[in-house]
Design a protein around this ligand. Structure first.
Ligand SMILES: CCCCCC/C=C/CC(=O)SCCNC(=O)CCNC(=O)[C@H](O)C(C)(C)COP(=O)(O)OP(=O)(O)OC[C@H]1O[C@@H](n2cnc3c(N)ncnc32)[C@H](O)[C@@H]1OP(=O)(O)O
Length: 746
């Protein structure tokens, strides 16, 4: 038995792994020692996630060297610890100075070995983990393992030979697909693609050991992937042109997918050694890029939102969720149908209630076909009778949780909550899918306000990943924990937020929309504003998005708030409660232009329901007349102003939300914006973007715009933003300390 290499500090492993597995396993790490089986087999254990930590790489290099140098060792098996082969590099190391042996020569040495090296894959072989396996001569995997090269999702490319070996092994088209999407594949698919040599249901290491012994002494000439040529293709140029077009279309400005295509092209057209040089060159452009930083930040941000807390002290690790087996949805409009589908897909039994007979009949047809489409897409099966339909609220008497999704009208919702409070079991959780109404007020309509929370889904509810879980003043920790867990079960990213008008997402969006309207008044066009936002990376600019969601939705809310009065004249036409207001959206609705559904909105469409937005001369005339009527002289507005005005106000509101404790940390806001509002992931989210731009600059620009528009109070930098700047603009992961210090002084 060889001992742990002397330069490896075992306690470092202990600390790291305990952190990763704090909830999963207490397995001791004594076994982290490199085990050598009684010869002739050498058995290298690599610990999960630590592959790239310098000491682990050193450990593997040393052990492999010993195994290859020991004449009595005839074959080598590389496996992972605790049933996981290797999840790839430790992403946290990327931001730091990299030390220890580099990966490329390490894998090269394994591949060049004159003894068979077999990868025994369990759990995951991802990123550098799969690249290590591709350097081995054989790959044997457990049937439950997942494999992939997810580097592109971290703003990188597989730079340890992954872009050069995979196309040589499985062909260019399949490799392009895996490398540019970063998707994980099952062992079955990996076997079919040719990544694996064998898949087993049994103990993978035992199978690999047996296999390694059986191939001892056989020639390895045909087993070194770097010596393969890519399978020839008839029209390589058009294949890569198409791939590039596809990737550029989907990437919305992300550079890593483009570099991935270029690297695979090198594999298809250059000898291996030159291909490796190209891979290295391309990686060098990505490795320190802002996009890689943003995507790696977002990897951890997504996970951080699961560790939620509320100002009252409820927390993810101390609040016990309740089991939810049967749920109900009240109201089967578009949102209610989507929620019903998402609940059924999560394996719950659902009671779907709609009091309007016609709407119920339509839902009974629509929901099963949505489920069927989902099952086809996801390759799953759905229990058809997991949903029962009813025309009466009495049908929800025995459910564990109800989600109300009726029309966005407080009086109607009040009535529903009063009824639910009578009909349901006393411990049933009552949730509202309101997008902006007061959750505390709805809770006050019930006998158990502690069991009321908001579950704000985003349309289409069975597709969109985001769920805002809104805790009210009296929501119990168990109620919040249950909604958070149910969201996760439904495949959502659940983010806990406090109760305020519009919660986190829509409250920020309101500022963004208002600025877009003001820009039109000042001389911009919907096309100019949308182009700037789309070039920034949003899938749709603000006006195209408004046309898609329907302009009447916001109009109804503004009318209810007493804002949408277009009979006002003179200066008061553009002022409400002392602040600047633009009635442009209201005027458009008065013309019956509700967006795509009416075939007219900020753009024109070929028919009601049409999807292709075309510039509309009517709209441009309407804007000219409007400006003339109000004495507004149009000026030239550039893309930078559009971005600063629209994005910096949204960000400023985000700081205000953090200041008020509506969101616990910047990661929550960033997850909300990436998953719910199309913020480009490679820009990390609005709060990360502010950090990248520089907080001082954000303050300076906001102040400047506020001077130009003093009747827009929210252009003034928020107190938290100013305090962060006063504290020397700490990096985003330290903002929570500044927020905490402030709150502890209150
Ligand atoms: C100049 C040349 C240099 C060469 C550059 C070398 C490049 C190498 C390429 C790579 O290998 S990049 C990394 C590729 N690997 C991944 O992207 C895997 C990411 N992880 C996952 O997909 C999942 O975590 C998992 C492995 C499938 C496990 O999923 P599970 O749901 O079971 O657990 P999680 O909740 O996701 O994670 C648990 C815990 O672990 C942290 N973590 C996961 N992966 C990593 C990692 N690669 N590095 C650091 N930390 C990782 C995760 O953040 C969780 O911890 P937290 O405290 O709860 O956040």
């Amino acid at each position: 038995m060889y001992n742990l290499p002397t330069n490896t500090k075992k306690w470092q492993f202990d600390i790291f792994l305990k952190k990763i597995f704090k909830k999963k396993t207490d397995a001791p790490f004594a076994q982290l020692l490199i085990n050598v089986h009684p010869l002739p087999l050498f058995h290298v254990k690599s610990p999960i996630f630590l592959f790239y930590s310098a000491s682990v790489r050193q450990g593997i290099v040393d052990s492999v060297k010993r195994a290859l140098g020991d004449q009595k060792v005839k074959s080598v098996v590389i496996c992972g610890q605790n049933g996981v082969f290797c999840g790839g590099a430790d992403i946290r190391e990327f931001g730091r100075q990299m030390s220890g042996p580099p990966l490329v020569p390490m894998i090269h040495d394994i591949e060049a070995a004159n003894k068979p090296v077999v990868a025994a894959i369990e759990g995951s072989a991802l990123g550098g983990g799969l690249e290590l396996a591709l350097g081995c001569h054989y790959r044997i995997s457990h049937s439950k393992a997942k494999l992939g090269l997810p580097e592109v999702t971290l703003g990188l490319l597989p730079a340890a030979g992954g872009t050069q070996r995979l196309p040589r092994l499985i062909g260019v088209p399949a490799a392009l697909n895996l490398i540019t999407t970063g998707r994980h594949v099952t062992a079955a698919e990996a076997l079919q693609l040719g990544i694996l040599d064998h898949v087993t249901e049994h103990n993978t290491v035992d199978v690999a050991v047996k296999f390694a012994l059986s191939v001892t002494g056989e020639s390895l000439d045909g087993r070194r992937i770097s010596s393969f040529s890519c399978a020839p293709l008839s029209d390589l140029d058009s294949l890569f042109e198409e791939a590039m077009l596809k990737v550029r279309g989907a990437a919305r400005g992300a550079i890593a997918p483009v570099a991935c295509v270029q690297a695979v092209r090198a594999a298809a057209t250059l000898p291996y050694a030159q291909g490796m040089e190209r891979e290295k060159e391309l990686m060098a452009t990505l490795f320190h890029s802002g996009q890689a930083r943003a995507l790696q930040y977002f990897f951890f941000a997504q996970r951080a939102v699961g560790r939620w807390s509320t100002p009252s002290g409820a927390r993810w690790d101390t609040s016990q969720p309740r089991p939810v087996r049967k749920a109900a949805v009240i109201g089967l409009g578009t949102m209610g149908r989507g929620i019903t589908v998402a609940l059924a897909q999560a394996g719950l039994s659902v009671v779907a209630v709609e009091t309007h007979a016609k709407q119920l009949m339509e839902a009974k047809k629509a929901v099963p076909s949505m489920l069927k489409r989902g099952a086809v897409r996801g390759g799953t099966t759905i229990e058809p009778d997991s949903i029962t339909y009813s025309e009466t609220v009495q049908a929800v008497a025995d459910v564990d949780l109800v989600i109300e999704a009726v029309f966005e009208d407080m009086a109607l919702k009040e009535k529903v909550f009063q009824q639910l409070s009578i009909v349901c079991k006393p411990d049933t959780l009552l949730c509202t899918n309101t997008s902006s109404l007061d959750v505390d007020h709805l809770a006050s309509q019930t006998r158990h306000p502690e069991l009321v929370v908001g579950m704000h889904f985003f349309a289409p509810a069975h597709v969109m990943k985001l769920l805002e879980v809104v805790y009210g003043r009296r929501s119990s920790p168990a109620a919040v924990a249950t909604a958070m867990q149910l969201g996760k079960k439904m495949g959502k990213v659940s983010v806990a937020v406090g109760n305020c008008r519009g919660f986190a997402g829509n409250r920020m969006l309101k500022r963004y929309l208002e600025q877009a309207f003001f820009l039109l008044e000042e001389g911009a066009t919907p096309e100019l504003v949308d182009r700037a936002l789309e070039e920034f990376g949003f899938p749709m600019g603000v006006f195209r998005m408004s046309d898609l969601s329907g302009l009447d939705v916001g109009w109804r809310v503004r009318k209810a708030d007493g804002l949408a009065d277009t009979s006002l004249t003179g200066t008061s036409a553009r002022v409400r409660q002392g602040c600047r207001y633009s009635p442009l959206g209201d005027l458009l609705c008065e013309h019956g232009r509700f967006g795509q559904k009416t075939g007219r909105g900020w753009y024109q469409y070929d028919k009601p329901g049409g999807r292709v937005a075309k510039s509309d001369p009517w709209l441009h005339n309407f804007l000219d007349e409007y400006r003339a009527r109000h004495g507004l002289v149009p000026r030239c507005i550039d893309q930078q102003e559009v971005l600063e005005r629209c994005l910096f106000v949204l960000i400023n509101e985000g700081f205000q939300i953090l200041e008020e404790g509506i969101a616990a940390g910047p990661e929550d806001i960033d997850a909300i914006y990436v998953f719910g509002y199309g913020w480009p992931r490679h820009r990390g989210g609005p709060m990360f973007y502010a950090d990248m731009v520089g907080l001082e600059r954000v303050v300076e620009r906001l102040e400047r715009y506020h001077q130009a528009h003093p009747n827009v109070p929210y252009l003034q930098p928020s107190g938290l933003l100013r305090r962060l700047v006063a504290n020397g603009s700490p990096p985003i992961h330290k903002w929570r300390n500044v927020i905490k210090n402030r709150n502890s002084q209150l």
